[in-house]
Design a protein around this ligand. Structure first.
Ligand code: NAD
Length: 378
């Protein structure tokens, strides 16, 4: 390892990174296990080209930490982990396919310490292959890749309902308008659920075709992507890209609630405070967008009953309701309440799970234990 690698490892507060070099392609594999107090680590596998391999390591560590908060935030007993395969530019299809097979064999050697799913640069077809070889892929239903989008959309609907109740005292979608930014795998089914609930829809997408397809199916008004800040709505649902909430956009927002699926909606944590100061209720992204993760974790454990899967996803609404109340009582952003709730769950999962009905992977309940950490401990 170069000095850069060692410095990066020493500065991280996660548990370990399992590293491999694939000599056939020149790819580096980093499986970052951030926090496994709740159970075996689970998170996506990202495949990308980086300026230097160490940047792939840093990405894996950052994303693994995000998974720790995501699982703990919704009370699921998985640990935080993420894998990055840092590939040379211009990797051909054949070389890529061999790499995926060897990566799957690498997961076998980890004996279940890391369960994985799709992330940027990997596909459901890759996951089916990884699952077939290793048995450690989540998101497969009888060996075939499932689509998390509709479950994620359902979680966003449940979270939006909780936000409406908190903000307006009742969750009646008939009097409410929602602007959905991004009508892809999540935004499209979300538009369907909201239309069914009676909400007035405003739809925007960089692809006019995507916005018009949703409008044809569910009704609503299509807004050009660069005009969304001028629309007066009850709910802004970012379902496209991250960092749309920042010091420039927040003063322009004309909504009462932000509730959407996009990852990393806030450019920085201080943007949560900016929203609160403007009286806009923010549903923390990693909680409200966890529907797909919640459903896939349950499917991984053998749950197949659609009604029970949906009920699990709907619990995201109850979790958010509690976070909104805790945040209001403390005079702070729900982002802080979400973090405290996740910390409480990490410290004592049994106490919290008993209270909220969340369970997750029950067969793997670990003994409480102390773990070695790379850098500064928690
Ligand atoms: P997707 O790629 O299927 O759809 C995204 C849509 O957003 C596309 O139609 C794209 O044209 C549009 N878009 C991109 N930039 C835009 C912009 N600036 N303005 C308007 N539209 C824009 O993605 P997805 O699976 O629907 O996921 C949406 C977001 O939710 C992403 O941030 C993703 O990371 C997050 N997320 C998704 C899931 C899931 O289950 N798919 C789960 C958790 C989080």
């Amino acid at each position: 390892m170069t000095r850069g690698f060692l410095d990066v490892m020493a500065a991280w507060d996660g548990e370990s990174v399992v590293t491999a070099f694939d000599s056939a392609t020149g790819a580096w594999v980093f499986v970052a296990l951030h926090d496994t107090r709740l159970g075996p680590a689970a998170g996506g596998t990202r495949m990308a080209s980086y300026r230097a391999p160490v940047d792939g390591l840093i990405d894996a560590m950052r994303l693994a930490e995000g998974m720790t908060w995501k699982w703990a935030g919704v009370g699921i007993r998985f640990g935080g982990g993420k894998a990055v395969i840092a590939v040379p530019k211009g990797l051909g299809d054949e070389a890529r396919s061999g790499l995926v097979d060897r990566y799957a064999a690498h997961l076998v050697s980890l004996r279940g310490a890391f369960q994985t799913g799709v992330d940027l640069g990997t596909t459901p077809v890759d996951m089916a292959r990884i699952g077939a070889i290793s048995g450690h892929a989540v998101g497969l239903i009888d060996g075939k890749p499932g689509d998390p989008g509709p479950y994620t959309a359902r979680g966003v609907l449940a979270g939006t309902r909780a936000a409406l109740e908190h903000r307006f005292g009742e969750a009646n979608f008939h009097d409410r308008s929602v602007l959905i930014q991004g009508l892809g795998g999540v935004g499209f089914p979300l538009a369907g659920l909201l239309a069914e609930a009676g909400a007035t829809l405003y739809l925007t997408d960089l692809s006019e075709e995507a916005a018009e397809r949703a409008q044809t199916r569910f009704g609503g008004v299509v807004i050009p992507a660069d005009e969304i800040w001028d629309v007066d709505v009850d709910v802004y649902a970012p379902c496209a890209v991250g960092a749309t909430l920042n010091r420039d956009t927040i003063p322009r927002l004309r909504c009462r609630i932000v509730a959407g699926s996009a990852n990393n909606q806030l450019l920085s944590e201080t943007d949560a405070e900016r929203l609160r100061e403007r009286g806009i209720l923010y549903a923390p992204d990693y909680v409200i967008n966890a529907g797909g993760a919640v459903a896939f974790a349950a499917i991984h454990e053998g749950e197949r009953d659609e009604t029970r899967l949906r009920a699990r996803v709907d619990e995201i609404g109850s979790s958010l309701r509690e976070m909104f109340e805790e945040a209001a009582a403390a005079g702070e952003s729900p982002l802080h309440a979400a973090r405290r709730r996740a910390e409480r769950f990490l410290k004592d999962p049994d106490a919290l799970a008993a209270g909220n009905g969340h369970g997750g992977p029950s067969a793997r309940r670990p003994q409480r234990r102390e773990v070695m950490r790379c850098g500064g401990g928690k």
